[in-house]
Design a protein around this ligand. Structure first.
Ligand code: F6P
Ligand code: MN
Length: 328
């Protein structure tokens, strides 16, 4: 067995006040993840219709499923751990104030990929941990703290609920992967190190007619294979869950693209900067890859609003560089 998650955190984070708070918060999130995985495992039984749409649309304009809300509630309960001052979620309009003495801000997508809940496909939980800056225990001030650039993250990660319940995590010293075995997360043998080159691309091809010139040119070059300017053959994968596509890219390299396109509401892409793109991009950089909106490294973007969208292109350095170098 590899190291337990708690032991890994004790060794890899300095055990000062802030480090202990980060460690406790990651462990709290891992407890929520264990519960969410259990809910998901029972989904579809007559009394457990977790893929059912509830309410109309969430703050981001997506439909909310029963499991989105269950996941959110479980995270809120787990974060009542005295270390977290405020929680920001895809499922909530604004700040949820927790402990006035807490020194951490947590932002999360409680259930990523919720269109896959009923498909027995992987879904996940994405989280970002930021330092509290304000002394005030007040929603507006704490929102400003949640809107720090991603470069300030103390830790980030995502859980995947799939054939295995797993976690990819960074506390700013590389990335590590963990696997849930019964009640404990253990460190995996494999370590996420993104290969510099890759020959897989992940994009929703059905949006092709709405893409920018640059996205069309990049994907066309992939499709041209050995006969095109990239001079190699590519394979395509698209799970429809960011966490599942990201896990594969961490293992095998390649590129993920959810770029901006011409559809209404997609001129900044689809994914959310604060609780999707930032945590994934911190992991990507810590694993040796790159993440960009096409012009700027994701981690250097200063978020303007909590639910702001951003074009997200990440993966193997060479592929992301090639995308960026194409004219828009
Ligand atoms: O969170 C949004 C999300 O569900 C991601 O997990 C996924 O990558 C994306 O949406 C899929 O979007 P689309 O349905 O447009 O392909
Ligand atoms: Mn999501």
């Amino acid at each position: 067995m590899g190291d337990r998650l708690g032991d890994y955190l004790s060794q890899s984070i300095e055990q000062d006040e802030s480090g202990v708070a980060v460690k406790n918060t990651i462990l709290s999130l891992s407890n929520a993840a264990k519960k969410i995985a259990k809910f998901l495992a029972k989904n579809g039984l007559p009394e457990n219709q977790f893929g059912t749409q509830v309410g109309d649309i969430n703050s981001d304009g997506d439909t909310q499923k029963a499991l989105d809300l269950i996941a959110d509630e479980n995270i809120v309960t787990a974060l009542k751990n005295k270390n977290v001052v405020a929680y920001f979620s895809e499922e909530q309009e604004s700040a949820l104030l927790l402990d006035s003495e807490g020194n951490l801000i947590v932002c999360a997508d409680p259930l990523d990929g919720s269109s896959n809940i009923d498909n027995n496909s992987s879904v996940g939980t994405i989280f970002s941990i930021l330092p509290r800056k304000t002394e005030d225990f007040e929603a507006e001030q704490l929102l400003r703290d949640a809107l720090q650039s991603g470069i300030n993250q103390l830790a980030s990660g995502f859980f995947v609920y799939g054939p295995q319940t797993s976690l990819i995590l960074t506390t700013g010293k590389g990335a590590a992967a963990f696997l849930l075995d019964k009640e404990e997360f253990f460190k995996m043998e494999w370590e996420p190190n993104l290969p510099t080159k890759g020959s897989q691309f992940a994009i929703n091809m059905s949006n092709m007619r709405f893409w920018s010139k640059r996205t069309r040119r990049y994907i066309q070059s992939c499709l041209d294979g050995t006969e095109g300017t990239f001079a190699k053959n590519y394979n395509m994968r698209w799970c429809g869950s960011l966490v599942a596509d990201a896990w594969r890219i961490f293992r095998e390299g390649g590129i993920f693209l959810y770029p901006e396109d011409k559809r209404d509401n997609y001129n900044e892409g689809r994914l959310r900067l604060v609780y999707e793109a930032n945590p994934i991009s911190f992991l990507v950089e810590q694993a040796g890859g790159r993440a960009t909106d096409g012009n700027t490294d994701i981690l250097n973007i200063k978020p303007g609003t909590l639910h702001q969208r951003v074009p997200l292109i990440f993966g193997s350095e060479e592929e992301v560089n090639k995308y960026e170098s194409l004219n828009k």
